[in-house]
Design a protein around this ligand. Structure first.
Ligand SMILES: NC(=O)c1ccc[n+]([C@@H]2O[C@H](COP(=O)([O-])OP(=O)(O)OC[C@H]3O[C@@H](n4cnc5c(N)ncnc54)[C@H](OP(=O)(O)O)[C@@H]3O)[C@@H](O)[C@H]2O)c1
Length: 326
């Protein structure tokens, strides 16, 4: 018997229940993983509230790191005893031990700790595809990044800086502005007292930016579009303030042949041909020191509800891990 968080209904943090679970043997294509650290991500909130649907009762969480305990038939890239990590579906990462598909799991370099891995797989792979694939950032680009002091945000600030970009990043407080600055954000904008649209226009001399990375959604979508230069790309990749309502596509024409995309990490991590080089590049930027992965909050996995309260109340910065045995 081991312990895991299960949800039996959608709702507030209180629906996260710490329960006994039976974990069986891995089937074909699966492994059993004993987890040392689990990642906390905003997407966990969407699954908990029901914004993102899944059958209930069910597990929650999409990221973890640990040691392979058993390997099912047909799994060739992993062995018992391997140190590994993953990001992606199916949900169920909030667990001491889990059986899961092997194809989203990668081996960890010795230099990457379990906590670092759990702090960076989902957010770091997200930043990788955002800045290297969705819009391939070039030296000299000026980009707008929302939630710059968050988990995705602090990794993105560092990676964008390493690529030679100038980063304009929105944050909710002066403390977060300072943190973003320390991680490479050239122009933190405290949006609670200043308009990011005006700041972008000032900083770019009225030209706008070629790309906006917007994970806030409803509250920022339209001002973000107005920050773009003609032919710029709006990357809407999250909904922290609520989902973006349907968009009138003719807006993209009238604002200058803009591009709009709504990417998800799911597309990338379910395709090993994409995942392997993405993970290799993430490990490389981390091991080179260009991107430092700091764990700014730790909670016992049993206290996941408190972690969710703090994340939603914007009390966290950077990455957060949940400790299954802590
Ligand atoms: N599409 C994908 O593949 C993908 C993958 C990973 C993450 N994401 C998205 O990226 C975003 C960041 O994820 P994360 O896990 O790193 O979370 P996070 O950025 O650490 O936390 C969310 C932050 O968003 C800001 N925020 C602005 N408006 C908010 C509101 N109404 N309610 C709560 N927070 C608000 C807060 O920062 P301030 O106080 O500075 O405003 C808050 O700290 C999320 O929207 C997530 O869904 C998308």
């Amino acid at each position: 018997m081991s312990k895991a968080i299960r949800i039996f209904e959608n709702g507030g943090p209180e629906v996260l229940q710490w329960v006994d679970v039976e974990v069986g043997e891995p089937g074909p294509g699966e492994i059993r993983l004993r987890q040392e650290a689990v990642g906390l991500n905003y997407i966990d909130v969407y699954f908990r509230t029901g914004l993102y649907k899944q059958p209930l009762p069910g597990g929650i969480g999409m990221e973890g790191a640990g040691v392979v305990e058993a390997v099912g038939e047909g799994v060739t890239h992993l062995r018992v005893g391997d140190r590994v990590a993953y990001a992606g579906r199916p949900t169920g990462a909030y667990a001491q031990v889990r059986v899961m598909p092997a194809d989203i799991v990668v081996k960890l370099p010795d230099a990457v700790s379990f906590e670092q891995a759990a702090a960076m797989m989902l957010q770091g792979l997200t930043v990788q595809y955002l800045v290297r694939d969705t819009y391939r950032v070039q030296p000299g680009d000026t980009v707008l990044l929302h939630a710059a002091a968050g988990g995705v945000g602090l990794i993105a600030c560092q990676w964008l800086k390493a690529l030679g970009a100038t980063v304009i990043g929105t944050v909710g407080s002066d403390e977060k502005a300072e943190l973003a600055r320390q991680h490479g954000c050239d122009h933190p904008v405290v949006y609670t007292r200043e308009s990011f649209l005006e700041r972008v226009k000032d900083i770019t001399g009225g030209k706008g930016v070629p790309v906006v990375y917007d994970s806030i959604g409803q509250q920022t979508f339209h001002d973000s579009l107005d920050c773009l230069s003609p032919r710029g790309m709006m990357v809407s990749f999250g909904n922290a303030s609520g989902p973006v309502p349907p968009v009138d596509l003719s807006l993209l024409a009238s604002k200058g042949s803009l591009k709009l995309t709504r990417p998800t990490i799911a597309t990338y991590v379910t395709n090993r041909a994409l995942l392997e080089p993405m993970a290799a590049e993430l490990f490389e930027v981390v091991q080179s020191g260009k991107v430092k992965i700091e764990v700014n909050q730790r909670y016992a996995l049993a206290d996941a509800a408190q972690a969710h309260r703090d994340l939603e109340a914007r009390r966290t910065t950077g990455s957060t891990v949940l400790l299954p045995n802590g």
